[in-house]
Write a new protein. Structure first.
Length: 141
């Protein structure tokens, strides 16, 4: 069940009272915590060709799609690696998976030892900060 980007919703408990809430919301940024702040930011900046919205300050930077199409990626410095792997990761779609994986490896990513199903259309990599992401083969990308 999908809802349109802008919709009205009657608030529970106020039914029949004519109170309707209306809003529009979108993802402003995906925030990634990282121990190797400078290396991680440089990697993603080169990987996606994103640019800093403002210069990095205090261990924080927001990278934006220069064409304004993709979501912002924000990076926050941390003094240690996470204790466990995150349940959230990025899927990067590409029509040329092999070339992009090679390019990302040259930028500093490493292959992550994943157990792939026979029909896997993705490759799992790890960025310099230890965050996993997938490069997904999408011929129409």
């Amino acid at each position: 069940m999908g809802l349109p980007a802008s919709y009205e919703l009657e608030r529970p408990g106020l039914a029949g009272r004519g109170v309707v809430l209306s809003w529009r919301m979108k993802i402003g940024a995906i925030v990634i915590h990282c121990q190797s702040f400078d290396r991680t930011v440089a990697f993603w900046q080169a990987a996606l060709h994103y640019v800093p919205r403002e210069p990095a300050s205090g261990g924080w930077v927001v990278l934006s799609d220069p064409d304004g199409h993709g979501p912002n990626l924000s990076f926050q410095a941390r003094d240690r690696r996470p204790r466990s792997r995150s349940w959230i990761h990025l899927d990067l779609y590409t029509a040329d998976q092999e070339a992009e994986v090679d390019r990302l490896l040259k930028l500093g990513a490493t292959r992550y030892p994943w157990r792939y199903p026979p029909s896997a259309d993705f490759v799992v990599l790890e960025d310099p900060g230890g965050n996993l992401f997938c490069v997904v083969s999408k011929p129409d990308s």
